[in-house]
Design a protein around this ligand. Structure first.
Ligand code: SF4
Length: 212
């Protein structure tokens, strides 16, 4: 959960990571939100739910009430994971993006990253969750997972570098953790992965994470 104070309104973002929730949970969340006369709610581009326009007092109470419905995110983990529905619900899906997303959400690095780390996981090459412009992007093909690092969709946009292709579930998770570790250790303070990769270079990065 996070909050922002823009001097006029507050927002609360329940931890509906990957945009996934059981309908009964959504019903409960809406019931709670309705009690507080919230002027607007929004599904964010990060697949989370933002409750807008609350005053500080109301926000504190709402946060407390929502706690039971919010998934805890680990300390020193990634900022958020976007994952597509994958093969269970999408006819194009090849590999289980939701399951991989859940495992990536649980990663805890022992100390904080230098800046936000956004993750996109896609179950096929259509890349609906835009993995090429996430700090860590992963998408599936018939040959296995492809891992991309150092993308950014912001003002200074960057297409991430392909680190490795043809990975199975265990391999991609292990490589993701290695990439995050190198970024955590080597990036300058406040540097997003895109700027880090521009400075560090994909060849040096591959040497560190793949040993080649
Ligand atoms: S990335 Fe592929 S599997 Fe995932 S939602 Fe898009 S089309 Fe479906």
């Amino acid at each position: 959960m996070s909050d922002d104070n823009n001097k006029k309104t507050f927002s609360v973002i329940p931890g509906l990571n990957m945009g996934l929730f059981a309908p009964k949970d959504l019903e409960q969340i809406l019931k709670i939100i309705n009690k507080y006369d919230v002027p607007a709610a929004k599904i964010t581009s990060s697949q989370r739910l933002s409750v807008l326009g609350m005053d500080k007092g109301g926000m504190d109470e709402l946060q407390k009430e929502l706690e039971a419905h919010i998934r805890e995110t680990p300390e020193n983990g990634v900022t958020y994971v976007q994952a597509c529905p994958g093969p269970k619900w999408c006819k194009f899906g090849i590999r289980d993006s939701l399951s991989l997303g859940r495992q990536l959400e649980k990663i805890s690095m022992g100390k904080p990253f230098k800046a936000k780390v956004k993750v996109g996981v896609a179950g096929c090459r259509m890349c609906c969750t835009e993995p090429y412009i996430r700090d860590l992007g992963i998408f599936a093909s018939k040959k296995g997972w492809t891992l991309v690092f150092g993308g950014n969709g912001g003002n200074n946009a960057r297409i991430g570098d392909i680190v490795e292709t043809g990975l199975n579930d265990e391999e991609v998770l292990a490589l993701a953790q290695k990439c995050l570790k190198v970024y955590q250790e080597e990036a300058n303070p406040h540097s997003r992965s895109a700027r880090f990769m521009e400075r560090f270079g994909i060849e040096a990065f591959k040497k560190q994470v793949l040993g080649k």
